[in-house]
Design a binder for this molecule. Structure first.
Ligand code: ZN
Length: 602
């Protein structure tokens, strides 16, 4: 039966006559296969699933809205009026009545860290520590159960998301746990207490590690703030994870289940190890991979050309190897730090107003690259020559300049068409850079929910002018750069309180309204339309992984991934967009989430 359905899908697709048409258009066309099939074909050769009475937002080139869609062999085979599509259903077909609700292509969150979420959840469920007092009491609680001298690592804390808009001080951490080394984990910056400085032997004479900084006071004493110190403290991070392989697969499946419940049907796992890719393969082998995943693989320590060469040549897979369920994505490097921790590499100094948020004293401070320009250029060049798409984490605009230089140089030395080397984050948009990215065929992967969560804290620190184009989607769009919006989900399983929130409707609402969590609008000109926002989470996100031919729109021949929404994304009041939920999520014609009637799915 499956083979017959696949044949059916193949037979239909190349004909092209079923291309999405408005209701008037479809009436005039008689698709040859189904036209003759209506009364004659065996039931198993009919559509497996039809969705009728919908407002089907196809996102095809003409922004067609249709009433119904049919799926066979896991793919869309026809889109059109209720009448035409109903005629494709047989006795064995599932008929889903959308009851007038909006149906969109399956959402693509092109930047998540589901593996990291799963691992962290196995250790302890994520807690959002939102104030200095909250951080202190979490640490004290933790210290009670641990012998003195045992290291304590907090869940991820970004100072922009702490009520006081700063890290706790060393003294505040000392009060919470005087006898335990404590590290507050801010990813690209750590804040530690006195016991931690002592345990790690960080004193006045300790040199800064390459690409990082031990922040010191006027007297030369370490304040406890450590920027981009990477491996300096890694050995003190006790691996509390007792994650059996099986436990990990269950945890990863749970994370994917949370995505399905908000309408996400494809993810970009954005920075896994080779082992992480094998975890995905194991999930797939055991029949539990319900979403489509593209796995970006991070190059560890790309500090020398030979290291990158060695890593690339020993990879157990080839560029873009895989299929529609699981495939290898680009190779990733990390070029600078993060703007939440004050380590993004900027063209202009952070300025005196940034002092409170970041603990920056030097008025000329601009953040820094974590690799040298040469290291960035070498890593990109090696990957490029070996046929890899390259992706660089880079948040600051000066960092973006350096990465684009590297992408351009690689193409000059070794021209290879359509490689889509990608900027990840690129938070400070400007028109020239957007046009340059467009000219180089470089797409942008960026996160509106960070604007929502962080702009209230960043505006006073970095200035409203700079924030007016922070995650400036209109700038990228008008400059012609392909732009995908996504969430960078790292910890926690609740779509709205996770770090970062992975509610895709919050992401799209922010793109449309540019409203911060505090209710401000900073940079009204960067707003985009609802359809543009939806395209950035579907078809444009698909382009990042060369998938625009197989997903991202509801058109015959594409994978049967769709979502039925609780409310109309295109017309509901703006302030309701973020509360839209997924009533039904389908991947390849299979329903992987369905809210009970009358129930909010989250
Ligand atoms: Zn990320």
């Amino acid at each position: 039966m499956a083979a017959a359905l696949t044949r059916l899908a193949r037979a239909i697709v190349p004909v092209g006559l079923l291309a999405v048409l408005g209701s008037a258009g479809l009436a005039g066309v008689r698709p040859p296969f189904f036209g003759s099939a209506a009364g004659q074909q065996a039931p198993q050769e009919r559509a497996e699933v039809v969705v009728v009475n919908g407002k089907i937002v196809t996102l095809d080139g003409k922004s067609t809205i249709a009433e119904a869609v049919a799926i066979a062999g896991g793919r869309f085979v026809a889109v059109g009026t209720n009448e035409r599509i109903r005629a494709l259903a047989g006795p064995a077909s599932r008929v889903i009545d959308a009851r007038g609700r909006t149906v969109i292509p399956g959402l693509i969150d092109s930047h998540v860290h589901a593996l990291m979420v799963a691992e962290a959840e196995l250790e302890q469920p994520f807690r959002n520590l939102a104030s200095i007092a909250g951080i202190q009491s979490w640490i004290s609680e933790r210290a009670k159960g641990l012998p003195a001298g045992t290291w304590i690592w907090t869940p991820r804390v970004f100072p922009t998301r702490v009520k006081e808009h700063r890290f706790p001080t060393r003294e505040e951490l000392d009060r919470a746990a005087p006898d335990h080394p404590v590290a507050v984990d801010g990813a690209y910056a750590l804040m530690v207490n006195s016991a931690a400085l002592q345990a790690a032997s960080i004193g006045p004479g300790t040199p800064d590690p390459p690409g990082g900084a031990i922040v010191r006071d006027d007297a030369g004493r370490a304040t406890g703030l450590l920027r981009n110190v990477g491996n300096l403290l890694a050995k003190y991070r006790r691996d509390e994870r007792d994650a059996s392989r099986e436990g990990m697969l269950d945890a990863l499946a749970r994370v994917h289940g949370a995505y399905a419940r908000v309408g996400i049907t494809s993810i970009g796992e954005r920075g896994a190890t080779v082992d992480g890719y094998h975890t995905y393969e194991a999930l797939r082998r055991t029949g539990r991979l319900e979403l489509r995943a593209t796995v970006t693989v991070r190059i560890p320590n790309p500090t020398a050309r030979e290291r990158v060469e060695r890593f690339v040549s020993t990879l157990p897979f080839r560029p873009r190897e895989g299929d529609e369920w699981l495939k290898v994505g680009p190779l990733k490097i990390v070029a600078d730090g993060g703007i939440l921790a004050g380590t993004a590499f900027m063209r202009e100094p952070y300025g005196v107003s940034a002092r409170a948020l970041y603990g920056v004293d030097d008025p000329a401070y601009r953040g820094f690259l974590t690799l040298t320009r040469k290291q960035i250029a070498d890593a990109v060049d090696v990957g490029h020559r070996h046929g890899w798409q390259m992706a660089a984490h880079v948040t600051g605009n000066a960092g973006v300049d350096a990465v684009l230089d590297a992408f351009e140089a690689a193409q000059q030395h070794h021209p290879l068409p359509d490689r889509r080397h990608t900027l990840i984050h690129a938070y400070f948009a400007d028109r020239e850079t957007a046009m340059r990215a467009a000219r180089l065929g470089v797409p942008v992967d960026t996160q509106p929910a960070w604007y929502y969560k962080d702009a209230d804290a960043l505006a006073p620190a970095l200035g409203r002018d700079r924030l007016a184009h922070f995650i400036g989607l209109r700038t990228w769009l008008d400059g012609g750069a392909v732009t995908a919006i996504n969430t960078d989900h790292m910890f926690g399983l609740d779509p709205d309180t996770a770090m970062n929130p992975f509610n895709p409707f919050l992401t799209m609402a922010t793109a449309v309204t540019r409203r911060t969590e505090g209710g401000q609008v900073i940079g009204d000109g960067e707003r985009i339309s609802r359809e543009q926002a939806l395209r950035m989470m579907t078809i444009d996100a698909a382009r990042l992984n060369f998938d625009e031919g197989v997903k991202g729109t509801i058109e015959p021949g594409k994978l049967g991934d769709l979502v039925i929404l609780s409310d109309d994304l295109l017309t509901c009041p703006e302030d309701r967009i973020r509360s839209i939920s997924a009533d039904l999520t389908m991947v390849g014609g299979r329903v992987i989430h369905e809210a009970a009637p009358g129930e909010q799915s989250r």
